[in-house]
Design a protein around this ligand. Structure first.
Ligand SMILES: [Zn+2]
Length: 374
């Protein structure tokens, strides 16, 4: 539907109905921008899981977008926020769910995700149970993919929908990220330098297009919880330009990354983010082609749980990181991160045992830093 030829106000009843009811809709706004969306469960969905408004209000939603200045698609909904522009008041996202709407297991999963978010984000942006707030997020169980959410606060009560089988930290914190104001990392304008869209989805610009009117904070972040995962997207074997995180982690994370926290602090400035608990940093120097182990050749004993190491080698180098476990007679690699860059992150669900970090310089010499969290 081309609103440059026929303005919204002049659309006939049948065309208006199609805007609200067609499974997939493509409209060209007066600015010339083409917008594609789906009507799913009574909501207008763009980019896979981001909501623009209720389908029955499609004409009003499009009218708002149609009036936006050329080159932008409105002040919210399609844009991650500019620095300082996050729009939840008091650095708080009030949330609730209706009594009986979630099973005990689902409620426990949301509680765990909120607890994880708040532990990581500190006072930057907190999720607080408050069914009486004027503007708030309502957790609901629903279909149409794993989850969906508006981007940022839209005023009033806004749904955050999770499918019954998707109550896990990775889905919940991803959708909470949208509600906070995050767009998809894999839809950044510069994403082609870092990822490729799976061949089955490359033509699906409704869900996998680039969003060049969104704000970006920091370099491409492979560790971001706002990435999709294979088979939808893949890390490029040779990324072009600087990046954060590790290509091997793409789509595997279930919490806010350092890059996500940086972006959150940028759009909601003034809060404090606690350092990761239990952290230890090892440093040393390594020549090209050589390897070393930390914290020493005999390793350390570990009771079990997530074991994470983030390695930063000298600028321009290619340092790789391996996690090794003692079998009783030999060291064996249980996890590794071997991107062509100088930063690597390994995150491993470790059982009880003896472990050590093995650091290898594929190319380059100099000082490295390995941050370990248990
Ligand atoms: Zn999403």
């Amino acid at each position: 539907m081309d609103l440059r030829e026929t303005p919204l106000a002049a659309l006939d009843a049948a065309a208006r109905t199609r805007l609200s009811q067609d499974a997939a809709v493509e409209v060209t706004l007066r600015s010339g921008t083409t917008l594609m969306y789906r009507n799913v469960g009574g909501q207008i969905v763009v980019d896979g899981d981001m909501l623009l408004g209720r389908s029955e209000d499609a004409a009003q939603v499009l009218s708002r977008l149609d009036k936006a200045p050329a080159g932008s698609l409105g002040t919210q909904s399609l844009s991650r926020f500019a620095a300082g522009g996050g729009n939840w008041a008091n650095k708080t996202v009030p949330y609730f769910w209706k009594q009986g709407a979630l099973s005990a297991t689902q409620a426990a999963a949301v509680n765990a995700a909120v607890e994880r978010w708040n532990a990581q984000a500190g006072t930057t942006l907190r999720w607080v149970w408050n069914p009486n707030a004027a503007n708030k997020v309502e957790f609901v169980v629903g279909g149409g993919g794993c989850g969906s959410s508006y981007v940022g606060s839209i005023g009033g009560t806004q749904p955050l929908t999770i499918a019954a089988n998707c109550f896990n930290n990775s889905t919940l914190i991803h959708e909470m990220g949208h509600a906070a104001g995050f767009h998809h990392e894999h839809q950044r304008c510069d994403r082609d330098n870092y990822i490729t869209v799976g061949s089955a989805y490359v033509g699906d610009t409704t869900n996998f297009g680039k969003t060049c009117n969104a704000y970006t904070h920091g370099p491409y972040d492979y560790d971001s919880v706002m990435n999709y995962f294979p088979p939808y997207i893949y890390a490029r074997s040779q990324p072009v330009g600087p990046y954060n995180g590790s290509p091997a982690n793409l789509g595997k994370v279930s919490e806010l990354s350092r890059g996500d926290l940086f972006a959150l602090q940028t759009i909601y400035p003034g809060g404090t983010t606690p350092p990761p608990s239990g952290g230890t940093t090892y440093t040393g120097t390594l020549n090209s082609g050589y390897s070393t182990v930390q914290p020493g050749s005999s390793g350390f004993s570990y009771a079990g749980g997530t074991l994470k190491g983030s390695l930063t080698g000298p600028a321009g180098s290619d340092f790789d990181l391996y996690l090794q476990r003692w079998s009783g007679s030999a060291w064996g690699t249980v996890a590794q991160s071997t991107s062509p860059g100088n930063t690597e992150t390994v995150s491993f669900a470790a059982g009880a045992g003896t472990y050590r970090w093995y650091i290898y310089s594929y190319s380059g010499s100099g000082t490295y830093s390995l941050a370990e969290t248990k």
